[in-house]
Design a protein around this ligand. Structure first.
Ligand SMILES: *[C@@H]1O[C@H](CO)[C@@H](O)[C@H](O)[C@H]1NC(C)=O
Ligand SMILES: *[C@@H]1O[C@H](CO)[C@@H](O)[C@H](O)[C@H]1NC(C)=O
Ligand SMILES: *[C@@H]1O[C@H](CO)[C@@H](O)[C@H](O)[C@H]1NC(C)=O
Ligand SMILES: *[C@@H]1O[C@H](CO)[C@@H](O)[C@H](O)[C@H]1NC(C)=O
Ligand SMILES: *[C@@H]1O[C@H](CO)[C@@H](O)[C@H](O)[C@H]1NC(C)=O
Ligand SMILES: *[C@@H]1O[C@H](CO)[C@@H](O)[C@H](O)[C@H]1NC(C)=O
Ligand SMILES: *[C@@H]1O[C@H](CO)[C@@H](O)[C@H](O)[C@H]1NC(C)=O
Ligand SMILES: *[C@@H]1O[C@H](CO)[C@@H](O)[C@H](O)[C@H]1NC(C)=O
Ligand SMILES: *[C@@H]1O[C@H](CO)[C@@H](O)[C@H](O)[C@H]1NC(C)=O
Ligand SMILES: *[C@@H]1O[C@H](CO)[C@@H](O)[C@H](O)[C@H]1NC(C)=O
Ligand SMILES: *[C@@H]1O[C@H](CO)[C@@H](O)[C@H](O)[C@H]1NC(C)=O
Length: 745
C-alpha cells in the first residue's frame, strides 16, 4: 500500500478494494481476536446526591472541565484520512476533552467537545456506562452530548463497526481507554466545579478561514434557497461565555464550520489541528503561567456543519502542472485525482494550522469579550435511537420515499481536494466502473437491486448495509439528539452535515421550537461529529451530483429529510415540554469485546544501536541558538506504545537554567505548540526520537536543555518481556536574541 491516505472527512484509498478486499478475506480470517475481560456489568449505581439548588433567580449552576485524551502515540493509525500507513509517530500538541455542564435547578445538560476525529457509537456507549457507574442516571442518553472536533490527527481504534475497524487496524483497547477516561474525567471535573453562574451569547463572522470544496454540489441547491445566503459556507461563529456569579470567566464554548485538515495526510504527529490550536491559544491566554492543558479556564472550539468546508483557503490546483483542477471532477490532466490538492493559507501545513487556528481564536476572543445576550430559562435534552435504514419521509403532498441500507458510492474512493484517493476514482461519478464493480462483485458480492435502486444515482462501491461479517460494516441504529440551554438549541448531528444541510436543520428546529410559546426567539447551532459516526449528510440536490460528500451519504438521497423529520420531532417535544415522552427507539448493539478484533500486532522488544543506551543522544544540539530558530536533538528511543499511560505526563521537556538557585525549571512540555516530538520507527525494533523546539521570538535568553522520557521493552526469560523507563538529556545550549551566524556546524 502506498504512502498516502485519502480523504478527508473520511475517505479511502487503501480502503478501496485492493488493500481492503484482499485484506478482508485473508486478514480477517486470521484476525487476532483480542481477548478482553467482560465488563463489570450492572453494578448497582452509586447515585450522587445533588445539593438542593441555591441558585439565584435567572442564573444557572455551571461547571467546566478539561482532561487529556491523547492516547498511545506510536503505530496506531490516525483517524481521518483512512490511510493505514499514516500511523502515529509522536506529538505535535496534546489532545483534550472539554466538558460543560449547565443545570437550571431541575435538569441539567452536558456538552463535551473532544479533540478526536469523531465520536463513535462504541465510545459514547462506553462513556455512558462509566458515567452510570459513577452517577447513576444523572448523566444519560438524553442529556449528554459528545462531539468530536474532527481533527484528522487523533488516534483511531475506538469503533465497533467493521469498516471503521479495518481502517483503524481494529478495535484497540489501549487507544479507546484513554479517550473514554479523558472524556469521563473532563465531565467529573465539570461536575465538581459546578457553581452558580451566567451564560452569555454572541455571534460574528470569521473571515478568510474556510471555503467550499464542492461548490458544484452546492450550486445544485435551489436558486431561491441559495439567494437567502451570501456565501456557500457558513462564516458565522457562535460563542458562549460562561462566568461565575461574580462575572469571573470560567469558560467559553463555540461552534464554527471548518474541517480540521490543515495538517495533511503526510503528518504523523498527533495534533489538535486548527480548532485544537484555537483552544490552546485561548486557554494559554486565560490561564496565566499555566502549562498547556492546565489551569481552570476551559475554551472549546467545537465542530459544526463542516461537511463541504475546507480550511485550505488557497483552493485546489494540480501540484504537478500548476493548472487548475477540473471543476466538475476535481481531477488533473496528468495524475488524476491524487494531484488535485487544496493548499494554504500558509506555505506548509504547520503554518496553515497556525494561521487558521489564530483567525478562529481571535474571533472567539472578540466575541467572548462582547458577549451580552444572556441565556436564561431552563435546559432540556431529548434523544432517540432511529433505525436509519428504513425511515419513511414525505417528499411532497402525494409521495413518500424511504432511506436505504448504508452504502458508499464510487466517489467515496476519490477522496477530496483535502486528500485524494490513489486509484482512478473521480468525484461526481454517477455511473459504476465495470473494472471495480467486477472486483467488488467477485470479492463481496453484488449489492441487491433494492439497495442499488434505493441509492440512485449513486453507483455503489461498498455495499456495507448488506455486509455483516464478522460484524455489521456500518450502523443501522443512529443517535439523534437535541439539547437546549435557554433559547439556544444544540443539534447533535451524527456525522458531517454540509453547509446547506446544516442550514435546513437549523431552520426546521427553529420553526418547531418557535411554533410553541416556550421559545419565542430560538437560536440554533449545529454541533458536528456527535455520538456516532455515519459519514456525511448532504441535501437531496447535492446528492444528485455525487461528489465525495454525496457518495458518503450512506443512507441514500433522503438521509437529510429523515433527519429533518427526527430532529424536528425532538424540537417539538422539547417545545411542548414532552421530551420525556419521546420513544427511546431500537437500542444499538454493544458488541462484546470478544466479538471485536484487533489487527495491530504487539510491538517487538526495542533495540538500540551498538554501544548506546536508550536515551543516549544520537544528534546533539548546537551550543547557541538565536530566538526564532529550531533547536533539535535526536535520542535513542523505545516505542512510545510502551509508555502505556502518559496521560497528564510528557515525553518531552524544555528546561531553563536558573543560575541563582542552580535549578532547572520547566518551560515547555509535549503539550506545547513550540515543541515537536517525532518518533521515527526503524527496522527490527530500532527507533529514535527527534525533539524540536521552535524557539519563540519572545523566549527569554539563557541556558536551556531538552529532555526526553520514554519506556523500552526488553526480553525477559524465554518468552516474556518487561518494560523499563529511560530518559535522555541534551547538552546545555544558549538562547540569544542577536547571535545568528551559527554557520553550518
Ligand atoms: C474529468 O472531467 C473532464 C472534463 O470536464 C474530462 O476531460 C476528464 O476526462 C475527467 N477525468 C476523469 C478522470 O474522469
Ligand atoms: C503536506 O504538507 C507538507 C508539509 O507542509 C507539504 O510538503 C506537502 O506538499 C503537503 N502534501 C499534501 C498532499 O498536501
Ligand atoms: C431572559 O433574557 C432576556 C433577554 O436577554 C430578558 O428580556 C428576559 O427578561 C430574561 N428572562 C428572565 C426570566 O430572566
Ligand atoms: C432496521 O430496519 C430494517 C428494515 O426494516 C430491519 O431489517 C432491521 O432489522 C432493523 N435493524 C435493527 C437493528 O433493528
Ligand atoms: C411528488 O414527487 C413524485 C416523485 O418525485 C412526483 O412524481 C410527483 O409528481 C410529485 N407530486 C407533486 C404534487 O409534486
Ligand atoms: C480505472 O482503471 C482500470 C484498470 O486500469 C480500468 O479498467 C478502468 O477503466 C479505469 N477507470 C476509469 C474511470 O478510468
Ligand atoms: C436485478 O436487476 C437486473 C436488471 O435490472 C436483473 O437482471 C436481475 O435479475 C435482478 N436481480 C435480482 C436478484 O432480482
Ligand atoms: C493515567 O494517569 C493519570 C494521571 O496520572 C491517572 O489519573 C489515570 O487514572 C491513569 N489511568 C490509568 C488507566 O491508569
Ligand atoms: C552563576 O552563579 C555563579 C555563582 O553561583 C557565578 O559565579 C556566575 O558568575 C554566575 N553566572 C552567570 C552567567 O550569571
Ligand atoms: C532515526 O531513525 C530513522 C529511521 O530508522 C533513520 O532513518 C535515521 O537515520 C535515524 N537517525 C539517527 C540520527 O540515527
Ligand atoms: C533518568 O534516568 C536515570 C538513570 O536511569 C534515573 O536515575 C533518573 O531518576 C531518571 N530521571 C527521571 C526524572 O526520571
Amino acid at each position: 500500500m502506498g504512502e498516502k491516505g485519502v480523504c478527508c472527512g473520511w475517505g479511502c484509498r487503501e480502503l478501496v478494494l485492493l488493500g481492503l478486499l484482499l485484506g478482508m478475506t485473508t486478514a480477517v480470517v486470521a484476525l487476532s481476536v483480542v481477548m478482553l475481560t467482560e465488563d463489570a456489568a450492572e453494578t448497582t449505581p452509586d447515585p450522587v446526591t445533588t445539593p438542593p439548588p441555591t441558585v439565584p433567580p435567572h442564573s444557572f449552576r455551571i461547571g467546566v472541565g478539561r482532561a487529556d485524551v491523547t492516547g498511545p502515540v506510536g503505530d496506531v493509525p490516525l483517524m481521518g484520512y483512512a490511510s493505514l500507513d499514516q500511523t502515529a509517530g509522536g506529538i505535535h500538541f496534546r489532545l483534550f476533552s472539554r466538558a460543560f455542564i449547565v443545570d437550571d435547578g431541575a435538569s441539567r445538560v452536558v456538552f463535551v467537545s473532544a479533540d478526536i476525529g469523531m465520536v463513535s457509537q462504541r465510545l459514547r456507549l462506553e462513556v455512558l456506562n462509566a458515567l452510570k457507574e459513577k452517577y447513576g442516571d444523572q448523566y444519560n442518553q438524553a442529556n449528554v452530548v459528545l462531539s468530536g472536533t474532527h481533527t484528522h490527527s487523533g488516534l483511531a481504534g475506538y469503533f465497533q463497526y467493521t469498516l471503521f475497524m479495518i481502517t483503524s487496524k481494529g478495535y484497540i483497547k489501549s487507544s479507546i481507554e484513554p479517550i473514554v477516561n479523558g472524556i469521563v474525567k473532563s465531565i467529573e471535573m465539570a461536575h465538581t466545579s459546578m457553581r452558580p453562574g451566567r451564560i452569555f451569547m454572541s455571534k460574528g463572522e470569521v473571515e478568510e478561514s474556510n471555503l467550499n470544496r464542492s461548490p458544484q454540489s452546492y450550486m445544485n441547491n435551489p436558486e431561491e434557497e441559495r439567494q437567502k445566503y451570501k456565501s456557500n459556507t457558513d462564516k458565522e461563529m457562535v460563542v458562549l461565555k460562561f462566568t461565575d456569579i461574580n462575572g469571573d470567566g470560567m469558560g467559553m464554548l463555540s461552534w464554527f464550520a471548518v474541517h480540521p485538515v490543515s495538517m495533511n495526510y503526510t503528518n504523523r504527529m498527533v495534533s489538535g489541528d486548527n480548532l485544537g490550536y484555537a483552544s490552546y491559544l485561548f486557554e494559554q491566554e486565560r490561564n496565566l503561567n499555566a502549562l498547556p492543558g492546565e489551569g481552570s479556564f476551559v475554551a472549546a472550539f467545537a465542530s459544526s456543519n463542516l461537511g463541504d468546508v475546507s480550511p485550505n483557503t488557497r483552493g485546489p490546483y494540480c501540484v504537478n502542472t500548476f493548472e487548475k483542477c477540473d471543476y466538475l471532477n476535481s481531477s488533473c490532466p496528468i495524475g488524476g485525482t491524487k494531484m488535485c490538492v487544496g493548499f494554504g493559507p500558509g506555505d506548509n501545513m504547520f503554518e496553515s494550522t497556525r494561521i487558521i487556528g489564530d483567525h478562529i481564536y481571535r474571533k472567539g476572543k472578540e466575541l467572548y469579550g462582547n458577549a451580552g445576550q444572556e441565556l436564561n430559562g431552563s435546559v432540556h435534552g431529548a434523544h432517540q435511537w432511529v433505525n436509519m435504514t428504513d425511515v419513511t419521509v414525505q417528499i411532497n403532498s402525494t409521495h413518500t420515499a424511504t432511506t436505504c441500507k448504508p452504502a458508499l458510492g464510487h466517489s467515496f474512493a476519490a477522496g477530496t481536494t483535502d486528500g485524494g484517493g490513489d486509484l482512478n476514482f473521480t468525484q461526481g461519478a454517477v455511473e459504476g466502473d465495470p473494472f471495480w464493480d467486477g472486483i467488488r462483485d467477485a470479492l463481496l458480492g453484488a449489492p441487491s437491486n433494492e439497495t442499488q435502486d434505493c441509492h440512485e444515482p449513486k453507483p455503489i462501491l461498498f455495499n456495507t448495509g448488506e455486509m455483516n461479517w464478522p460484524l455489521p460494516w456500518h450502523p443501522a441504529i443512529v443517535d439523534v439528539q437535541l439539547i437546549t440551554i435557554g433559547s439556544l438549541a444544540i443539534v447533535a448531528t451524527p456525522g458531517e452535515a454540509t453547509t446547506m444541510a446544516g442550514r435546513r436543520l437549523r431552520e426546521v428546529v427553529k420553526q418547531e421550537l418557535q411554533s410553541k410559546g416556550g421559545f419565542s426567539k430560538a437560536e440554533v447551532v449545529i454541533a458536528g461529529l456527535c455520538n456516532i459516526y455515519t459519514h456525511y449528510i448532504t441535501t437531496y440536490e447535492e446528492y444528485q451530483v455525487q461528489r465525495y460528500e454525496a457518495a458518503s451519504t450512506i443512507y441514500g438521497p433522503h438521509t437529510l429529510s429523515a433527519y429533518l423529520q427526527h430532529f424536528g420531532g425532538l424540537a417539538r417535544a422539547i417545545a411542548e415540554g414532552k421530551e420525556a415522552e419521546v420513544p427511546q427507539g431500537p437500542e444499538p448493539p454493544f458488541f462484546s469485546d470478544k466479538q471485536l478484533f484487533s489487527l495491530l500486532p504487539n510491538n517487538p522488544v526495542d533495540k538500540k544501536p551498538a554501544s548506546t543506551n536508550f536515551g543516549d543522544v544520537l544528534e546533539q544540539v548546537y551550543p547557541v541558538y538565536k530566538v526564532g530558530e529550531v533547536a533539535s536533538v535526536t535520542f535513542v528511543a523505545g516505542n512510545p506504545r510502551n509508555s502505556g499511560n502518559m496521560t497528564d505526563n510528557t515525553f518531552v521537556t524544555v528546561e531553563r537554567f536558573h543560575n541563582s538557585t542552580r535549578t532547572w525549571t520547566l518551560v515547555h512540555t509535549d503539550a506545547s505548540w513550540e515543541t515537536r516530538f517525532h518518533w521515527l520507527k526503524g527496522s527490527g525494533g530500532l527507533s529514535n526520537t527527534t525533539v524540536e523546539w521552535h524557539i519563540p521570538t519572545a523566549a527569554q535568553t539563557g541556558i536551556y536543555r531538552i529532555r526526553h522520557f520514554g519506556h523500552y521493552k526488553q526480553r525477559k526469560g524465554i518468552t516474556g518481556s518487561t518494560i523499563l523507563p529511560y530518559n535522555g538529556t541534551s547538552d546545555e545550549f544558549k538562547v540569544t536574541k542577536t547571535y545568528w551566524s551559527r554557520a553550518t556546524g
